[in-house]
Design a protein around this ligand. Structure first.
Ligand SMILES: C[S@@+](CC[C@H](N)C(=O)[O-])C[C@H]1O[C@@H](n2cnc3c(N)ncnc32)[C@H](O)[C@@H]1O
Length: 223
């Protein structure tokens, strides 16, 4: 289901304790290129190859929904890479979020990239509201997170994230039993992180194949 229509339909204003999400970066990425076929391993995910204007419209639409459903004073984490970061930063501000930090995810080993090869991604950390907002539950987490990436040949989704990345966000910005929402669930890394930490979870995924993979993952960890 689309996160824009889905959140509008199912989630009330000021009802969500935490949003963690990893939207399409609009890079038209289909996963690492296979040595044998010279083709990407996956199809390009939905909304990842839009004109700039359409990507802006799409981003503002889901961000407005995110702002609407998040409880005042609560946190949102949005993954992004360096190419789209300046735009997303402004769009998040435009819908009302106050940006608090930029987290650098150090993937420990490098992946693709021309010239210098990429070893990091970014996560924007923001809050809804300016005063007396929630604090992260630890003062011992720096803004660089060293978490091993999943090797390209072991992923089941072109932009699959390690569960630990979402676990840090959820651990630091919510309490057990609270509701965590992901607008772009992919194959369910955030769902697994929320489950491991005993949070309630609501996720949206537009691709039926990846949605089914998330359901299977849920069934696996529930047994
Ligand atoms: C960057 S990936 C998320 C990957 C995820 N973090 C994981 O580890 O599996 C973005 C996902 O958003 C989905 N998507 C794109 N447009 C969407 C929309 N309007 N509503 C819901 N999901 C959407 C894509 O199919 C893709 O799986």
């Amino acid at each position: 289901m689309c996160c824009i229509t889905g959140s509008e339909q199912f989630l009330e204003d000021d009802s969500v304790d935490l949003i963690v999400t990893d939207p399409p970066f609009n890079l038209g990425f289909g996963g690492t290129t296979q040595t044998r076929t010279k083709k990407p391993r996956f199809h390009i995910i939905e909304n990842d190859k839009l004109s700039f204007r359409d990507y802006q419209r799409f981003s503002l639409q889901w961000l407005r929904q995110a702002y609407r459903i998040l409880k005042p004073k609560h946190h949102i984490y949005v993954c992004i890479d360096w190419r789209m970061y300046p735009f997303l930063f402004r769009w998040m501000q435009r819908v009302g979020f106050h940006i608090k930090n930029l987290i650098v995810w150090d993937k420990v080993s490098f992946g693709m990239g021309w010239q210098y090869r990429f070893q990091h991604e970014l996560v924007i950390f923001a809050v809804k509201g300016a005063h007396k907002v929630r604090r992260v539950s630890t003062r011992n987490t720096p803004d660089i997170w060293k978490i091993k990436r999943i090797p390209g040949n072991q992923t089941c989704h072109p932009t699959e994230k390690p569960t630990e990345l979402f676990e840090i966000m959820i651990q630091n910005s919510s309490q057990p039993g609270e509701l965590v929402v992901d607008f772009f669930t992919g194959i369910g890394a955030s769902m697994e992180a929320a489950f491991n930490l005993k949070r309630d979870f609501y996720g949206f995924e537009i691709d039926t194949g990846y949605y089914n993979d998330t359901i299977k993952r849920y069934e696996r960890i529930h047994i």
